[in-house]
Design a protein around this ligand. Sequence first.
Ligand SMILES: [Zn+2]
Length: 307
Amino acid sequence: MLQQRTLKSLTRAVGVGLHSGQRVEITLRPAQADTGIIFRRVDLPLPVDIPVSADSVSDTRLASTLAKGTAKVHTVEHLMSACSGLGVDNMYVDITAEEVPILDGSAASFVFLLQSAGIELQKAPRRFIRLLKTVEVRDGQGANEKWARLEPYHGYKLSFEIDFAHPAVDSTGQRVEFDMGSQSYSRDIARARTFGFTKDVEMMRANGLALGGGLDNAIVMDDYKVLNAGGLRYDDEFVKHKILDAMGDLYILGKPLLASYSAFRSGHGLNNKLLRELLAQPQAWEVVSFADDALAPKGFAQLARAW
Ligand SMILES: [Zn+2]
């Protein structure tokens, strides 16, 4: 049987929020089968649990924010992406402020944390949402057009295309495909960092955003080039980060998808709209589990236990 997965032990990290610039500590803890991933704001007078679900997404400007009542957690997508890539179903995330730490701007630090905690297999079957029909959402027109789509596929595959008229981005690939069945999340996707342009950063700072951002946790570009001394981690790091983000945004569904995702210039907002559209069309999907590992799509049965 393909089993649900949680952590073997707890693990902690301290960092700053990308937008708030605030110091924050997260503690990742094991959770029972069928718990899902739950953020717990432990800094509030009474701790508030914010479960990960498409309905909990309250804001998608610049990052994905989850909320329950007035309690919020911003910028969950990189941690969620690491959970998707390593197949973590159940976990508590105790957090001491309202934004997940940005760490190095990619999912690599979260992958390291999860792997050092170790992955524990649980007694309950892992349940997937399998696409039966294509679901698509679109936004904008002409030069502003964006779309995102989920199609039936026996496995999990993502393809993303960006369209930045910038010399540093243009000289790299603007389209990439990642298939869980044949590629490695930790090796091929997790290290891609978030990116930004100096002119936007100045505007964001004036609005109280990106206060924790800098060359240590983002690729920063002026009008012509990448400013980070070390250059890029992958030739096509920009579009790979969009795949990383999409994996995090889609994992907010609460179950892993069996689908092919493709997107053109999508972002957190459109990714969440896609999840809501999917949930609004119950005839477009079914929940499945695999009693026999051999029948599971490639990439899922082989997910490493870490240790
Ligand atoms: Zn991101």
